[in-house]
Design a protein around this ligand. Structure first.
Ligand code: PLP
Length: 384
């Protein structure tokens, strides 16, 4: 991070620091004196210009057509639009398939829908957080309106085989929504090759500000809106957040340029940290370490230490990391992702997620590796 020199920020999965290029894009947009993108006058036209450019940039990152991109307020709204929309498209079907390790943005909506009579199958994962696609095959029934699965897990970074999942859904003629919030910018995504019907992305995981996101809706799918109105060709009502959209466009452009190159560098940083921790603490275990993972995430169980206390001490030393999803952190419940992988409550509560990114430096990783043993020793002493 550039602004707070003493902070070592290893929580990119919660929010990736806003890129200066994205700030500039949003500021430029505001300085230009844009109007409401729906207005017919020239100020409105200026806003439209920013949106056209950004839509093309988002589409390019996903291999989509511009008309397939709907701007939303973020991942949660995109996910809700996809799930509610799929159910509204097939009112006679009342079954959904998902996994036990989805983000709360999906799981809490599904809990709500279950209370209203929708049937949900939650696919289990193995000890490494992997799904068994044969179980997906078996779970799909003629009553299934939608399969909704994440591409990359926010807590462990474990990747689901979305291409294979898409082939299964296509063969069964069942709609597939992919929560790609933690995959976009970290893995190559091409919706022409991987035939998902719907795909969600979120700006603040891509170095744009929070409060902006997008939903890919495959051409020909007449998805009903979640928010009614004329905007986004009646697919998402509400005045467009044009500065946010401009920033998201630039974020996608940057990601498009850096996915291949950046991922190698990011993997090096993550591996340096992960290997360093495992080498220093014989009791440390990488949750999901044997699975395919996105390059930036490591989730480490620190034996029987209390992760919350460890995080507090890390924070005191200027190091930001996380325990589970940012949205559920602070809750007393152990991570649903880790418990689905077979960890008991204590093991889950001894686990920490470090997520690095574009601005993480080797010297920052080395500082963490230097400080951690002192912190762990003090926690062990406190516990004794
Ligand atoms: N899905 C995943 C995998 C996420 O990690 C998040 C946010 O952490 C979301 C969905 C929700 O996205 P947003 O915060 O943009 O609503």
């Amino acid at each position: 991070m550039t602004e707070q020199k003493n902070t070592i920020y290893l929580d990119y999965n919660a929010l990736a620091p806003i890129a200066p290029e994205c700030m500039d894009a949003a500021l430029e947009c505001m300085r230009w004196g844009i109007g409401n993108a729906s207005s017919k006058h020239h100020a409105g036209e200026r806003a439209k210009y920013f949106m056209i450019e950004a839509r093309a940039q988002v589409a390019a990152l996903l291999g989509a057509q511009t008309a397939e991109i709907v701007f939303t307020s973020g991942g949660t709204e995109s996910i809700h639009t996809a799930i509610y929309g799929a159910l509204a498209l097939a009112p006679h079907k009342r079954h959904l398939v998902t996994s036990r390790v989805e983000h709360p943005a999906t799981l809490q909506l599904l809990k709500h829908l279950e209370a209203q009579g929708t049937r949900v199958t939650y696919l289990p994962v193995d000890t490494q957080g992997r799904i068994d696609v044969r179980q997906l095959q078996q779970a799909i029934t003629p009553d299934t309106a939608l399969v909704s699965l994440m591409w990359a897990n926010n807590e462990t970074g474990v990747v689901f085989p979305i291409a294979e999942i898409a082939a299964i859904c296509n063969a069964h003629k069942v709609l597939l929504h992919c929560d790609a919030v933690q995959a976009a910018g970290k893995l190559p995504i091409n919706v022409q090759q991987v035939k998902v019907d719907l795909l969600s992305v979120s700006g603040h995981k891509l170095h744009a500000p929070p409060g902006i996101g997008a939903l890919f809706v495959r051409k020909g799918l007449k998805l009903p809106p979640l928010l009614f109105g004329q905007q986004e060709r009646a697919r998402r009502g509400g005045t467009a957040n044009v500065p946010g959209i401009a920033a998201l466009g630039v974020a996608c452009l940057l990601a498009f340029d850096t996915v291949p190159l950046g991922v190698t560098q990011i993997a090096e940083r993550r591996d340096r940290l992960e290997r360093g921790i495992v080498a220093r603490f014989p009791f440390a275990r990488v949750n999901g370490g044997a699975a395919e993972r996105v390059a930036n995430t490591t989730n480490i169980r620190f034996g029987e230490l209390d992760a919350e206390a460890l995080l507090l001490k890390l924070d005191g030393a200027g190091i930001c990391a996380a325990q589970g999803a940012a949205c559920s952190a602070g809750g007393a419940e152990p991570s649903h992702v880790l418990t689905a992988m077979g960890l008991d409550a204590q093991a889950a509560q001894a686990s920490i997620r470090f997520s690095v990114g574009r601005y993480t430096r080797n010297d920052e990783i080395d500082t963490v590796l230097e400080i951690l043993p002192q912190i762990v020793a003090s926690l062990v002493a406190d516990a004794a």
